[in-house]
Design a protein. Structure first.
Length: 381
């Protein structure tokens, strides 16, 4: 129903759900004001009215998905505090986090949802490649990826991932994901509610509370103040409106190279920390009846660390062990996947479009489609 009404009004379903809830909140707030004004006099009554007006302004301009959409359009390509050399992959940093914050409804169920970094986006972004794939019915596929998506983000965005209603989630994990830490974008995540305390406990347990202290504080403040959480949008909009020239040209649909880098040597503490959030994600998926397929990821040899062979072997072993402990999880090693040649990388981490096509074709024809058929057969028994 919400999708149909939203289509008629040119409003996305998550926006429609938000505004329905906002009207209820506004009605409750107005009722409280009308009730309390009988007991307030003079300055106290003025403060009561002022509080209601402030709440109304925040509801309309700072807690509104439509408002954020307008701000994003106004900001366009301005820098928002992220690194120089921002690329096409980082356009999603403008839209996906705040949409996930306000989203409260899901769409039609999907067979396969790929989740991960811009590397995942590069592999699967042609989302209609499965048309007439040989499966009895077209595989319903979707994609959720963000630049720099970390294992901790599997938890921060779990509720949003769940709203895609996936039957199966695809993860692409390697040392690039499991031996790397980047906390800067955590504050942009959706509301965590009561789970926030449990999320923070993982940082305490593994000794990263001091390194991520500022980001965790911002994440907590953003639970109540989305205008603080997404202040980068206002900054970008202000820069544009007041004629401040960005040092980066406007985004285009042309692919841009991302500077290469070296993956650091394996740090067991980092690995344990990241795998703890992968495991928690697997447990939550099991509770929701969601299957997970973990693919052993690879990357350009130029990015390999000095201990590449050791690190890769240990990470493979740990992922295999995780999959063995969760009946809803399968692990596919890199040896069973398409092998990228050295010339099939655009940069340190992103495959070329043709290489991504070959990877997808092999993955779905040899692994995903037989797996979906097997699940369907088991369900019909």
């Amino acid at each position: 129903m919400t999708e149909w009404i939203g289509h008629m009004l040119s409003i996305e379903s998550y926006e429609l759900a938000y505004y329905a809830a906002a009207l209820i909140k506004l009605a409750i707030a107005l009722g409280i004001v009308l009730l309390l004004r009988r007991f307030f006099r003079g300055r106290a009554k003025e403060l009561l009215y002022l509080a209601f007006i402030v709440y109304l302004i925040r509801l309309l301009f700072f807690m509104s998905p439509y408002g954020f959409t307008l701000y994003v359009k106004a900001a366009k390509s301005e820098l928002t505090g992220f690194e120089e050399g921002i690329t096409i992959y980082e356009r999603d940093l403008y839209k996906k986090p705040y949409k996930a914050y306000f989203s409260s409804t899901g769409g039609a169920m999907v067979d396969v949802l790929a989740v991960g970094t811009s590397q995942t986006v590069a592999l699967y972004k042609q989302r209609y490649f499965l048309n007439r794939s040989g499966y009895e019915e077209n595989v319903i596929f979707n994609l959720f990826g963000l630049p720099g998506f970390q294992p901790v983000d599997l938890m921060l965005y779990f509720e949003h991932i769940k709203r895609f209603r996936p039957s199966t989630v695809l993860l692409y994990e390697s040392a690039l994901d499991l031996n790397y830490l980047m906390f800067e974008r955590m504050p942009m995540a959706p509301r965590q509610g009561l789970y926030l305390a449990g999320f923070v406990s993982g940082f305490l347990k593994h000794g990263y509370i001091s390194e991520a202290g500022e980001e965790l504080k911002s994440l907590a403040i953003g639970e109540l103040l989305p205008e603080y959480k997404y202040s980068y949008i206002y900054k970008a909009m202000t820069r544009r409106l007041f004629g401040h020239k960005s040092s980066v040209s406007a985004f285009s649909d042309k692919e841009e190279a991302i500077p290469s880098f070296k993956i650091p040597e394996l740090d067991i503490k980092r690995l344990d920390f990241n795998l703890s959030y992968v495991e928690e994600f697997l447990a939550l998926c099991r509770g929701e009846g969601i299957e997970v397929i973990i693919l052993e990821g690879t990357y350009n040899p130029v990015a390999r660390s000095e201990d590449h062979e050791y690190a890769t072997g240990l990470i493979r072993q740990r992922l295999e062990s995780l999959a063995a402990r969760y009946k809803n999880t399968r692990f596919i090693p890199a040896s069973a996947l398409y092998r990228f040649s050295d010339s099939e990388w655009k940069d340190a981490t992103h495959a070329t479009e043709m290489a991504a096509y070959r990877f997808r074709t092999q993955l779905f024809n040899e692994h995903i489609i037989p797996y979906l058929k097997e699940r369907k057969a088991n369900a019909n028994r």
